[in-house]
Design a protein around this ligand. Structure first.
Ligand code: AMP
Ligand code: ZN
Length: 114
């Protein structure tokens, strides 16, 4: 999607602080962190939201959680704990229309985030 900011990050058309990359997944630091650790993990494929996940996406979605687990360890929050958040649609507070998983940690999180 040419007008999608996360596709532009995937295509290196705009800069980001990349923490992990493989053929299908990219993880980069959130530009507006809400906690000491705030990483976005995304499929490189332009999937708009959870609503748009199809059977063929199951493997990449599963692999995203393996990446999240490894990043949590690397970033030092696996033991202290963290939150994985996916906002979906207007009421869910989704701003960027490219599926993404927030990995948030490094402090005790309140009930409300995002
Ligand atoms: P959401 O509200 O779930 O759609 O979250 C979108 C997230 O993308 C927010 O936490 C933003 O801070 C983050 N974001 C927006 N633009 C960028 C960017 N260029 N690089 C990194 N993170 C971004
Ligand atoms: Zn996109």
């Amino acid at each position: 999607m040419s007008d999608c900011i996360f596709c532009k990050i995937v295509n290196k058309e705009i800069p980001s602080e990349i923490l992990y990359e493989d053929d299908n997944i990219l993880a980069f630091k959130d530009i507006n962190p809400v906690a000491p650790v705030h990483v976005l993990v995304i499929p490189k494929k332009h999937i708009i939201s959870v609503n748009d996940i199809i059977d063929q996406d199951v493997q990449v979605i599963g692999n995203i959680f393996v990446v999240i687990k490894k990043l949590a360890t690397q970033l030092g929050v696996a033991e202290s704990g963290y939150r994985v958040v996916t906002n979906t649609g207007k009421d869910g507070g989704q701003v960027v229309g490219h599926l993404h998983f927030h990995l948030i940690g490094g402090k005790e999180l309140g009930i409300k985030i995002g």
